[in-house]
Design a protein around this ligand. Structure first.
Ligand SMILES: [Zn+2]
Length: 317
C-alpha cells in the first residue's frame, strides 16, 4: 500500500476479440517462470469482488488465498472503500467508446482526474498481483482495447501487449454458440452470443483500436491464433523472446500438439481456464463446416480489409 519507490509492474496484456484463443495463450504464458496469469482482470471487480465467482483454482474469489493476499496488499482488503471507488470509476472510463477521450492529450479535467485516479488504483492492483506472485510479470487477458488504454495511463505499470487475432469467420462462428460458464457455481449462466455481422463489426473496431495503441508506442507482438495452435512451441519461443525472456529450458511444457498446464489463480475467462494437466492443442476450424455460406459472405464483406492484411484471404479461403 505504501509502495514509495517501486519499479513499474511489468504487465503483458493480451488484446483482441473474445474466442480467439486468448485463454490458451494466457495459460501458456502463466506456465513460464517469473510470469503469473491473472485471467481477465477487467472483470475482477464485478465477477470476483461482487459476485464472488470461482477462481481457476476452484475456490470462490473470497476464499482463494492468492486473491485474499492481493486484496490486502493492494487496498487493505476487498471491502476497502477504494475497491468500491475503482468499480464506479471503471464504468466511467473503461469503455471502448471513451478511448478517443482517454487517448487524447486534451482531456477535460474531470475525465482526466477519473482516468488518473482509476489508473492509480489499478496500478496498485497489478503491483500487488505481481508482488504476491513473487515479483512476476502479470499476464492480463482482458482483451478490451479500452482497458489497455487505461493501463497505458498508469505510471506504475510497464505495459507490453500481445495483439492476438483469429480469422473473423472462426471468431464469428464461435460467438454464435452458447457455452455454459463454469465459474458461476450456483446457477446456469451461458456466455454471451452475437450474430456473425455483429462480431465482424467488433472485429474491425477492436483490432483497429489495438493498432492505435501500438502506433502510440505500446510495445506490441502480433500473434495469429492459427499460427499459435499450428506450432505452439515455435510461436511461444518468438513471443517469449520479444518479451525479453530467454526461451531456453522454459518451454518444455509444450509438445507438438499438447501443453501441460498447472492450476492458475485467474479471474474470469473461457471455461478452458479450469482445465489442468495435459491439454491437446489443435486448430478449431469447425466454422469451415458450421458457418453458413451467407454468414461467411457477410463476415468477409464487413472485415475483408483486416482479413486481407492478416493473411486470411489467401488461396480463396
Ligand atoms: Zn485461486
Amino acid at each position: 500500500m505504501t509502495s514509495a519507490v517501486r519499479r513499474p509492474t511489468p504487465v503483458l496484456y493480451i488484446g483482441g476479440l473474445g474466442r480467439s484463443g486468448s485463454t490458451l495463450l494466457d495459460r501458456m504464458l502463466g506456465e513460464l517462470p517469473g510470469v503469473t496469469s491473472a485471467g481477465e482482470l477487467v472483470h475482477l471487480w464485478q465477477r470476483g469482488v461482487v459476485e464472488d465467482q470461482l477462481c481457476a483454482c476452484g475456490e470462490r474469489f473470497s476464499e482463494c488465498p492468492f486473491w485474499t493476499k492481493v486484496g490486502h496488499e493492494a487496498f487493505g482488503g476487498w471491502h476497502a472503500p477504494e475497491v468500491g471507488e475503482a468499480r464506479r470509476l471503471q464504468r466511467l472510463v473503461d469503455r471502448n467508446r471513451y478511448v478517443p477521450t482517454v487517448a487524447s492529450p486534451l482531456r477535460a479535467s474531470e475525465f482526466d482526474e477519473r482516468v488518473g485516479r482509476y489508473a492509480e488504483l489499478i496500478g496498485r492492483l497489478y503491483g500487488a498481483i505481481s508482488s504476491v506472485a513473487g515479483g512476476a510479470i502479470v499476464v492480463d487477458s482482458s482483451k478490451h482495447a479500452s482497458t489497455a488504454f487505461v493501463l497505458r495511463a498508469a505510471p506504475t505499470v510497464s505495459l507490453r501487449m500481445i495483439h492476438l487475432v483469429r480469422d473473423a469467420r472462426g471468431t464469428a462462428y464461435s460467438w454464435t454458440k452458447a457455452v455454459r460458464r463454469p465459474e458461476v457455481a450456483d446457477r446456469d449462466v451461458l456466455m454471451h452470443t452475437h450474430a456473425p455481422w455483429r462480431t465482424a463489426a467488433r472485429f474491425d473496431s477492436w483490432n483497429l483500436l489495438l493498432h492505435v495503441l501500438s502506433l502510440l508506442g505500446v510495445p506490441t507482438t502480433f500473434v495469429r491464433y492459427e499460427d499459435l495452435v499450428a506450432d505452439p512451441r515455435g510461436e511461444m519461443k518468438r513471443i517469449v523472446t520479444v518479451a525479453g525472456l530467454r526461451p531456453d529450458g522454459i518451454l518444455d511444457f509444450i509438445e507438438d500438439d499438447v501443453v501441460t498446464l498447472g492450476t492458475p489463480h485467474s479471474v474470469s475467462g473461457n471455461p478452458m481456464r479450469f482445465s489442468t494437466g495435459r491439454i491437446p492443442v489443435r486448430a478449431d476450424d469447425e466454422w469451415r463446416r458450421g458457418l453458413s455460406p451467407r454468414d461467411r459472405a457477410t463476415v468477409t464483406a464487413i472485415s475483408w480489409p483486416l482479413l486481407a492484411a492478416y493473411g486470411y484471404l489467401r488461396s480463396g479461403r
